[in-house]
Design a binder for this molecule. Structure first.
Ligand SMILES: C[S@@+](CC[C@H](N)C(=O)[O-])C[C@H]1O[C@@H](n2cnc3c(N)ncnc32)[C@H](O)[C@@H]1O
Length: 331
């Protein structure tokens, strides 16, 4: 060991990274970030408001200080700006539900070494299973991640001023794109294609938001559904490309090009990696999730999207960061 020997701290933190997942999920389960936001500042106050033990509250606070989501000043705790923005419940961008979901996904990681050896799912393929109940769990938990992406795309496409528009959302999940875009443009109408139980979830959201009268759902498989011809001004394909292989994506993009009117735009939102696969960090590590859950999925490069969209007949492709995702707009 010399003075130049690196500290083991970071490696230790990474080896024990599951502690962060556990602490974050437990804190979200007991609404700790929400109670902190509303003025609780000590373990005793949090224990009282959350109905948990004071020892448990202190342990969670220590863990949250450790991972940098909570700060302590003069014996009182408070959320960092990140926790305040993304972990307090019942806000449009809240990731609290997602934090709880991820703890339940953790056991699947014990398969990863074997999955890596064989090159795909060993026990529990997820995305190729029609109507998989997995989606019902996931779509509401991930909706918050699509809020900034939908806003960025709306701005790029000047949706608010676009007048009458027809939108197709393939694999629309919670219906969050339709909800935001129909609120932004009162003359727009939207159709979502997804599995039946998921469309029922989206229907509830759109009705709650008061825009359900301009929303239609189609139940079915995106691989075989007829998207129509020159029917839509805008199509969206968000967080689907990563579950599909290259040929599948070219095939879907080609059908989407045909479904769009001349001059129409396709919005693809996904975790996109740089062409040399040197970053960004989240999309790179998300590739493991796709190896575990899909036969051909991956996090794809900008060059892949350019290539596939070109093959599908799109001429103009632009990329817009919506961290940790990227919004690709093709015309
Ligand atoms: C990761 S979620 C993305 C949801 C939404 N687009 C978003 O970005 O928030 C994937 C969605 O695609 C749907 N899906 C996956 N495979 C499908 C298939 N073969 N046919 C129809 N829908 C599918 C799932 O039901 C789920 O709603």
């Amino acid at each position: 060991m010399t003075n130049d020997t690196p500290s083991p701290d970071r490696v230790m933190r990474l080896i024990n990274g599951y502690w962060a997942t556990g602490v974050l999920a437990a804190a979200s389960t007991h609404s700790l970030f929400t109670h902190l936001e509303h003025g609780a500042g000590t373990a005793a106050e949090l224990a009282d408001r959350a109905g948990i033990s004071e020892r448990g509250a202190q342990t969670l606070l220590d863990g949250l200080v450790s991972v940098g989501l909570v700060e302590v000043h003069e014996s009182r705790y408070r959320n960092t700006p990140e926790a305040s923005t993304y972990l307090v419940e019942d806000t449009p961008v809240s990731l609290a539900r997602f934090a709880r979901l991820k703890l339940r996904h953790m056991a699947a990681l014990t398969d990863l070494a074997e999955v890596v050896r064989v090159g795909g799912p060993v026990s529990n393929p997820v995305v190729e299973v029609a109507n998989n109940p997995h989606w019902e769990e996931i779509v509401k938990a991930i909706a918050a991640q699509s809020v900034p992406a939908a806003a960025i795309a709306a701005e790029q496409l000047a949706l608010a001023e676009a007048g009458e528009l027809s939108i197709l959302d393939v694999g629309g999940g919670s219906g969050i794109y339709s909800a935001i875009w129909l609120e932004t443009n009162p003359a727009a109408r939207s159709t979502q294609l997804d599995w039946e139980p998921i469309n029922a979830i989206a229907r509830r959201l759109l009705d709650e938001r008061g825009v359900g009268d301009r929303f239609t759902t189609v139940n079915g498989d995106l691989h075989t559904a007829d998207f129509g011809t020159a029917t839509y001004d805008i199509a969206v394909y968000s967080h689907i490309a990563h579950q599909e292989g290259p040929e599948d994506n070219v095939e879907v993009f080609t059908r989407l090009r045909k479904a769009l009117k001349p001059g129409g735009a396709l919005v693809v939102c996904d975790y996109v990696v740089d062409d040399d696969r040197s970053g960004p960090a989240f999309p790179l590590i998300f590739a493991s999730e796709m190896l575990l859950k899909s036969k051909r999925g991956n996090t794809w490069r900008r060059a892949d999207y350019r290539d596939w969209l070109g093959k599908a007949g799109f001429e103009d492709v632009s990329f817009h960061r919506a961290p940790p995702a990227t919004v690709t707009i093709a015309r």
